[in-house]
Design a protein around this ligand. Structure first.
Ligand code: GTP
Ligand code: MG
Length: 196
């Protein structure tokens, strides 16, 4: 798929303030700093559409971007941001879970996982919550430029093994690098097929 246009739509802080548009949506979620905003920029071919930061927990609201006037990319706040206060965490967890459970035009939640690490409890818990809620999702292992391919493979296999103990079947899996743009073509192909 070619990207002809990418436009920032709005920032929402509650389900009510999400766009009224019913374009098919693809959301990025994952731990703080995993590379959600960077990947969004790579997919949309824009260097600074979504804000990338060295400070974790930067993205506090849900940001909507319209691509080719036909579908949307959604940048969700990172989960597991240790420095946020408990009250803050609850508020945004509630909004993110409302969004994931209730947004009717959500086609797929891409769960970003850092490919450098063995499966983390928080990622598994979140994926389990998606499975239980029957929310469509795919796994995206990020930052593959930072580690040897064999380690990426091993960490993916460990995650799949862990999932197999509580879930039938496996979700689609992608590997990406926002530095080399690895995986961009595959993700766009997946999105293209989903909206066709
Ligand atoms: N080498 C490398 N660095 C990356 C990659 N993706 C992201 N980064 C870096 O990781 C840091 C965090 O990236 P972001 O895209 O802001 O991460 P995020 O998930 O949006 O973070 P929050 O909004 O805070 O939850 C930045 O310093 C990026 O430059 C990647 O594929 N490869
Ligand atoms: Mg971000």
């Amino acid at each position: 798929m070619r990207i002809q246009s990418a436009k920032f739509e709005l920032s929402a802080i509650s389900l009510d303030s999400c766009p009224e548009s019913k374009l098919p949506e693809f959301a990025f979620i994952g731990r703080s700093n995993v590379g959600k905003s960077s990947l969004l920029n790579v997919l949309s071919n824009q260097s600074a559409l979504a804000r990338v930061s060295k400070t974790p927990g930067r993205t506090r609201e849900i940001n909507f971007f319209t691509i080719n006037g036909a579908w949307s990319l959604v940048d969700l706040p990172g989960y597991g941001f240790a420095k946020a206060s408990a009250a803050d965490r609850d508020r945004f967890n509630e909004f993110v879970s409302d969004y994931l459970r209730e947004r009717e035009n959500l086609c797929c939640a891409f769960v970003l996982i850092d490919s450098r690490h063995e499966p983390q409890g928080i990622d598994q818990e979140f994926v389990r919550w998606l499975v239980e809620g029957e929310i469509p999702f795919a796994l995206v292992f990020t930052k593959v430029d930072k580690v040897k391919p064999a380690l990426v493979k091993k960490n993916i296999a460990l995650f799949q093994d862990a999932m197999a103990t509580w879930c039938d079947g496996q979700p689609p899996i992608f590997t990406t690098s926002s530095k080399t743009k690895d995986g961009r073509r595959e993700l766009l192909k997946f999105i293209g097929e989903a909206i066709a």
